[in-house]
Design a protein around this ligand. Structure first.
Ligand SMILES: [Zn+2]
Length: 411
């Protein structure tokens, strides 16, 4: 009777030793093969890409002005996204940001609708590669069909013009997340980069979160203040995301999330989609960028000789992923690069073609296949399904009949 018991104790130890040994023996070529296998099974999500804003800024949303079937990397200023590079990077489920920098309710709502229109026209024009997705099931079936699931994310509560009625209609147009603020504090939520007016969410802000739960729209906390993050994490009945953020513990720019917030995110079963913006990942780089801003243009050339730009690479992204895993676990990590919303990107992650290389680096760093599958897409699919289940649970609750904050007929 003794021997079987000893074996029962030893087997897990052997399994662990084998696993560790196995990890260290993986070659880059083998890691690449594992990544290719993973991407056949699980769609690779990215939480935030600003291609729609580039279309508006550069081409007034005229699709005829650019061919995204071709590599566009020679454009100036740099563009990070096109179909060949998305395919190379293995991106299979992209939240396209319909960000607009207008803040009067009518203007921001109108421009957001125009940006949703350009996403839909892109999907139509490039239908061999893209397909619109509004649910987890749709993402999975589009992935099976070999196309890139295209989801719509709104970046800032200003997009709904502070009107619950408008929010509902934006959901019907296909928007599946809303970041509660961009860089400006607005009528109902505080932003990380601005003054606090509400100590987080106002009463109406709380109502917005519950309405998003009722509709089945994901609450996104990137860009929001710490108090807004905590309020939303307390109030939301469904898991939330950070569509493009990083943990503060590794580097502390204004809008990364503290360990307190990450602990709340764990409890909420939400996910942080890790951003690649160099100044958010690496404090030396952030300090260098801040110092550079203060140097006038005539002195800049000399200053740059004496102060070379601190390099930021894939290891910085991995350090942030490691921190989240160590603090709250692998179930709360995904990727949200912010391509075409940043000017500089980390070495090795120069554009949307870099995701596969990052996944290979994570495997060589010791992440298992099951862990990579979660980072790639299983965590996001789980959040999307939980948001959909919560929507179904709240089905019997009627719409709020008030308009919201900005209508002259509202309150
Ligand atoms: Zn952003």
């Amino acid at each position: 009777m003794v021997w079987p018991m000893v074996w029962m104790l030893l087997v897990p130890l052997y399994a662990q030793a084998f696993k560790e040994n196995h990890q260290t023996l993986i070659t880059p070529i083998q890691a690449q093969a594992i990544v290719d296998e993973i991407l056949k099974t699980v769609p690779l999500f990215d939480g935030h890409n600003d291609l729609p804003w580039q279309m508006r800024k550069r081409f007034k949303n005229q699709l005829s002005k650019i061919d995204l079937n071709k590599d566009t990397s020679d454009l100036k200023p740099i563009m990070h996204t096109d179909l060949p590079r998305l395919r190379k990077g293995g991106v299979q489920a992209q939240f396209w940001s319909v960000y607009v920098p207008f803040y009067s309710p009518a203007e921001s709502f109108l421009a957001t609708v125009e940006q949703i229109d350009v996403v839909k026209r892109l999907v139509k024009q490039y239908h061999n590669d893209l397909a619109l997705a509004t649910s987890a099931d749709e993402v999975e079936s589009i992935h099976k069909a070999g196309k890139i699931a295209s989801l719509i994310g709104m970046e800032g509560g200003h997009s709904m013009g502070h009107s619950l009625a408008a929010l509902r209609q934006l959901y019907d147009l296909g928007a599946r997340y809303m970041t509660l603020t961009h860089n400006q504090t607005h009528l109902w939520a505080d932003a990380a980069a601005d003054q606090s007016k509400h100590q987080g969410l106002s009463t109406f802000g709380e109502q917005v979160v519950l309405e998003m739960n009722r509709l089945g729209m994901i609450v996104d906390l990137s860009h929001t203040s710490e108090d807004t993050m905590k309020d939303a994490l307390t109030i939301s009945k469904a898991p939330v995301i950070f569509s493009h953020s990083a943990p503060k513990a590794v580097c502390q720019p204004h809008r990364n999330a503290s360990d307190d917030v990450l602990q709340m995110l764990k409890k909420n079963q939400g996910v942080m989609m890790v951003i690649f913006l160099p100044s958010f990942l690496n404090c030396q780089r952030r300090d260098w960028e801040k110092a550079k801003e203060k140097i006038n243009t005539t002195e800049q050339a000399q200053w740059l000789i004496n102060h070379p730009m601190p390099k930021v690479g894939m290891s910085d992204v991995i350090a942030h992923i490691d921190h989240i895993r160590q603090l709250i676990g692998i179930d709360h990590i995904a990727l949200g690069g912010d391509f075409d919303g940043m000017q500089e990107s980390p070495d090795g992650l120069d554009d949307v073609s870099g995701y596969r290389a990052l996944l290979v680096a994570l495997i060589l760093h010791g992440y298992s296949r099951a862990e990579i599958e979660k980072i790639v897409g299983r965590n996001l699919l789980r959040v999307m399904r939980a948001v959909e289940i919560q929507r179904d649970l709240m089905k019997s609750i009627q719409e709020d009949e008030s308009f919201g904050l900005s209508s002259p007929w509202g309150h």
